[in-house]
Structures are given as C-alpha cells and as structure tokens.
Design a protein around this ligand. Structure first.
Ligand code: R5P
Length: 231
C-alpha cells in the first residue's frame, strides 16, 4: 500500500536538496522508499565525485542498505552507531505540524529509531503527501502471535485493523524484523500524540507508524522547486 501521487521529478528535487545538507565526516540516516532513494543516490554520486569524505550511512531497511551499497555510500550498522547527524527519510503523509504517518514499505520500526536519534531529521516528500490532518491508515508492526489481541485493542481505540498482505506472496507481509503489519484506519486523527501514546502502550506492538514531533524540517518537491518547512 504505497502512495504514488507525486512525480519522480518532485521527489528527486526534494531529496537532492536534502542530500546537499550532508557534510564530510557526518553520519547519515538513510530512509526507505522511493523518495529517500533519490537522496541515497545523490549521496553516492557526491562520494564518488570526492565531494563528500568520511561519510557513513545508517540504513533503515534491507532495501535501503542494498541501495546504498549499489550507490556507493559507505555504511555502518545501526547497532554500532553512537550518533546520527542527519536523517533523510520519506513519509506517507505529513500534517501541518510536521507529524507523519510512515510505514508504507513496512520499514517504520527501524526508521523511527534512526530518525528519532538524528540531530536533524529532514522529511522529503512531494505535494501529494501533505494534509491538514493525518487520515491515512497507521501501520503497526506487531508480533505475529499478538496480532489478534492487538487487533482487538485497535478496535477499542476506534480503528479498523487490516493485516497487510503482498501482491506477489500468499499470506502476510513479514517485516525485516520478522513481524506482521496491521494497517489501522482511524479516520481523521485529531490528536496524533494521544493516539501515538495509546498505540505505544499496547503490548505486542513493536512500533507504529505515527511519528509525532520528530521531524525538524520537510522538503517538499514541486514542479519548479522545493518548498522548505521548519517545525
Ligand atoms: O516504510 C516505508 C517508509 O516509511 C517510507 O519512507 C514511506 O512509505 C514513503 O515512501 P515513498 O517515498 O515511496 O512514498
């Protein structure tokens, strides 16, 4: 369940502007998804051209690690990193306060660890991701054995949970961490902080895709430039 409303040019403009923020010697969180991918490729080109030295990427998923390798971005693993200078990551929806819904690619658990740890977390997006109020389904990564109990709790919280399945696989999507994903439709989310706290307090939820108050900036690529927002 990916959003594909924006154009590649819009995504590329946003991501390349964000990649320009990275300086030599920095550690960079590498987000997952089609928009963040443009930033990873731009970083790889800068490394190859000698414009960036001693830069290390921290991948947020199997996919971002593979892309970074292909693009020539040196990597260090999440469990050995002590500080992340900048994280560049995409989003499925961005509200007026910079709160996000992430996890369209089921990578939100590691993304949240990396994005929250970064001194500067920059979201890269196209205009189709902007909303006044978040209203897309919130992905929950859940322990497989807890799926029924977590679904019942989501129902109590006013949500409608659907187990994510894949087009080219029978059965559920399995995350990089070996868990399932429930896409939970809560309608318009008027109080993301409160819903985030309720979901985080639900046993069996490994991580949810509401990123409340984590983003420092958003770069939104348009047809002729980049709209930069600070939160
Ligand atoms: O799990 C995936 C991530 O949260 C992505 O960053 C998010 O789904 C946005 O992806 P895209 O840039 O492809 O729309």
């Amino acid at each position: 369940m990916k959003t594909t409303g924006g154009t590649d040019d819009q995504k590329r403009r946003a991501a390349e502007r964000a990649a320009d923020l990275v300086s030599s010697g920095e550690t960079v969180g590498l987000g997952t998804g089609s928009t963040a991918a443009f930033a990873v490729r731009a970083l790889g080109r800068a490394v190859e051209a000698g414009e960036l030295e001693d830069v290390f990427g921290v991948a947020t998923s199997f996919a971002s690690r593979e892309l970074a390798r292909e693009a020539g971005v040196p990597l260090c693993s999440l469990d050995e990193v002590e500080c992340i200078d900048v994280a560049i990551d995409g989003s499925d929806q961005v509200d007026a306060d910079g709160n996000l819904i992430k996890g369209g690619g089921a990578a939100h658990a590691r993304e949240k660890v990396v994005d929250a740890a970064a001194h500067r977390f920059v979201v890269v997006a196209d205009p189709s991701k902007l909303a006044e109020t978040l209203d897309r389904p919130v992905p929950l990564e859940v322990l497989p054995a807890a799926r029924t109990l977590v679904s019942a709790r989501v129902d109590e919280l006013g949500g409608d949970p659907v187990l994510r399945t894949a087009d080219r696989k029978d059965g559920p999507v399995v995350t990089d961490n070996g868990n399932f994903v429930l896409d939970c439709d809560f309608g318009a989310i008027d109080d993301p902080a409160s819903l985030s706290a309720d979901l985080s307090a639900t046993p069996g939820v490994v991580e949810h895709g509401l990123f409340v108050g984590l983003a420092d900036e958003a770069y939104v690529g348009t047809d002729d430039g980049v709209d930069a927002r600070t939160y």
